[in-house]
Design a protein around this ligand. Structure first.
Ligand code: FAD
Length: 510
């Protein structure tokens, strides 16, 4: 008789390559009652940059950050680490949504923003395995070659002259894949280890006097005299206390060692604070830096975004022979030109990270650990990798995970205030927030301190995106648009649905 054992789901802290490498104790949860000038909910890049800029603008302001997991538990610790200058998904989309003059402004701002971010990392000596590799967009079909040409033309029109169009041979000289028909190279792109980046930002924030409470979930918000009262619950168990990953060799040993260290830390922390213990904090202002989780704590923003899950694989380290086979000489990050595109890069120790933008929506806006894995996406990712690099068909991918992205109908974040300015928010980076959260941090810090800034008059700060319909329409709409976009990826022209959305300024197929 054959017995089948259903594998227990792998905890994200072991399944995600970046998170599995992290070793540190968690900061103490919020216990009892306290006060602060400003509370930031969420210690992803939005929360971390906002804390940084608040302290730069007003060093004596008392800032407390509450995080339900460990810093970078959300998208910030699970992403591909491809750091670019784009604020919108494409310059053409920026024109569609905001007009040519504003798109040119965003294009300039994107370049400036990336430069400032990199300067900050250098000045503060934040080690995040930064590599200035450039970013390559590749065409897999003749119509995508045309799109690359158009993209370069639009960038040029908006004042960006650094994009270089590559023919098939020049593209394959960057990375040797027989499917490439052309490429568009942007030398400004970088790759980073996102968890190291978040940890570096957190260290800076702590040094500046910001207080962090980790494993502290905000469960309720209400107005109180002149401010907001937050109730919190201490989440049981430390992240990554059990290693259930089916990894092999060195990776497994390292994971097990990390897991036992974390287990010991968890035991110490749990001995001190019982799970579920409640805390309370009253603040003059609260900043929601909760991105795809925002509806769970502030349902009124639910119509403005949709939480989607992107999935990623990371391979074992490549041998020198495998590396020379790929000829990935500049180590640039790569994305193809499909609507549902694949994105990939090398890690510092020469693993391949292979991800898909064909995101999953879980009915009812679900965002929790039950969405962290999708075998369907993993199988499709492995197949697509083999199609791209058949000579490496046997490569193992011991890490596989998903993470929540927060998508808006215009593909850019939005900002706002509620409850007479006591609650502020910024969210909706639609899968490209590594650079943009650095801008969002400045925007939110200026809003919170009521300081003027040219950033506050950007159209994306002043205007909200077109809303998504509520359930059950939302699920139906996602299914219909996904089908329509898949058809576009097979080379067909956008159908009636996408043309209508374009006409409404939603512009998904641009
Ligand atoms: C798989 C994947 C790949 C990506 N790849 C890239 C890429 O290569 N380049 C790029 O630019 N962008 C990429 N992104 C997008 C990028 O990661 C995000 O835009 C960015 O990290 C958003 O940061 P954030 O701080 O706003 O959100 P998050 O990092 O999600 O942070 C929100 C935080 O709030 C916390 N939180 C939520 N609710 C509560 C509560 N009630 N109480 C306490 N804490 C709470 C969460 O635990 C979380 O830590 C990717 C995203 C994913 C998921």
């Amino acid at each position: 008789m054959v017995s089948t054992v259903t594998p227990r789901p792998r905890p994200i802290e072991n399944a995600c390559f970046w998170l599995a490498e992290r070793r540190r104790k968690t900061d103490p949860p919020l216990i009892g009652r306290r006060e602060a000038d400003i509370v930031i909910i969420g210690a992803g890049f939005t929360g971390l940059w906002t804390a940084t800029f608040l302290k730069m603008l007003d060093p004596i302001r008392e800032i407390v950050v509450l995080e339900q997991g460990i810093a970078a538990y959300g998208a910030s610790g699970r992403n591909a680490g491809m750091l670019g200058e784009a604020i919108d998904h494409s310059h053409q989309l920026a024109i569609t949504h905001f007009g040519r003059a504003e798109a040119a402004r965003l294009a300039r701002l994107g370049v400036e923003n990336l430069g400032n971010l990199l300067r900050f990392l250098e000045e503060r000596r934040i080690d995040c395995d930064l590599e200035r590799t450039g970013q390559l967009h590749v065409a897999l079909t003749p119509s995508q070659v045309e799109e690359l040409r158009e993209a370069q033309g639009v960038a040029q029109e908006l004042g960006l002259s650094h994009y270089r169009l590559l023919d098939a041979a020049a593209t394959r000289a960057e990375l040797d894949c027989a499917r490439y028909q052309a490429g568009l190279f942007n030398p400004h792109g970088c790759i980073v280890n996102p968890v190291k980046l978040a940890e570096g930002l957190k260290r800076e924030a702590v040094q500046a006097g910001t207080v962090f409470h980790e494993r502290t979930r905000v469960t309720a918000m209400e107005r109180s005299n002149g401010g907001v009262r937050l109730r919190t619950a201490h989440l049981p168990g430390a992240a990554g206390t059990e290693s259930r990953m089916e990894a092999t060799g060195v990776a497994a040993e390292r994971l097990q060692a990390a897991a036992s260290r974390l287990k010991a830390a968890a035991a110490r922390a749990q001995a001190a604070v019982a799970p579920g213990t409640e805390g309370e904090i009253v603040a003059r202002r609260v900043i929601l830096a909760t991105n795809a989780y925002t509806h769970q704590i502030f349902p009124r923003l639910q119509s403005r975004f949709i939480p989607l899950y992107d999935y990623i694989l990371v391979s074992e380290p490549l041998s020198d022979e495998q590396m020379s086979h790929l000829g990935w000489r500049r180590r640039c990050s790569v994305a193809d030109m499909r609507t549902f595109f694949k994105y990939y890069r090398l890690t510092r120790d020469n693993r391949i990270l292979w991800g898909t933008s064909e995101a999953a929506y879980y009915k009812g806006n679900r965002v929790d650990a039950s969405c962290d894995h999708s075998e369907r996406h993993y199988a499709e990712l492995r197949d697509s990798f083999r199609r791209h690099f058949p000579a490496l068909a046997d490569l193992e991918f011991p890490y596989a995970w998903g993470g929540p992205i927060c998508s808006t109908t215009r593909f850019t974040p939005f900002f706002g205030a509620a409850e007479d300015g006591r609650i502020l928010y910024g969210l909706g980076y639609t899968g490209h927030g590594l650079g943009t959260t650095h801008l969002a941090g400045q925007i939110l810090a200026h809003m919170a301190l009521e300081r003027p800034s040219p950033l506050l008059v950007l159209a994306l700060v002043r205007r909200k995106p077109f809303p998504y319909p509520p359930e059950p329409l939302r699920s139906l709409a996602v299914r219909a648009v996904t089908r329509a976009l898949r058809r576009v990826d097979t080379g067909r022209r956008p159908g009636l649905l996408l043309r209508c959305l374009d006409a409404m300024g939603i512009g998904l197929s641009s």
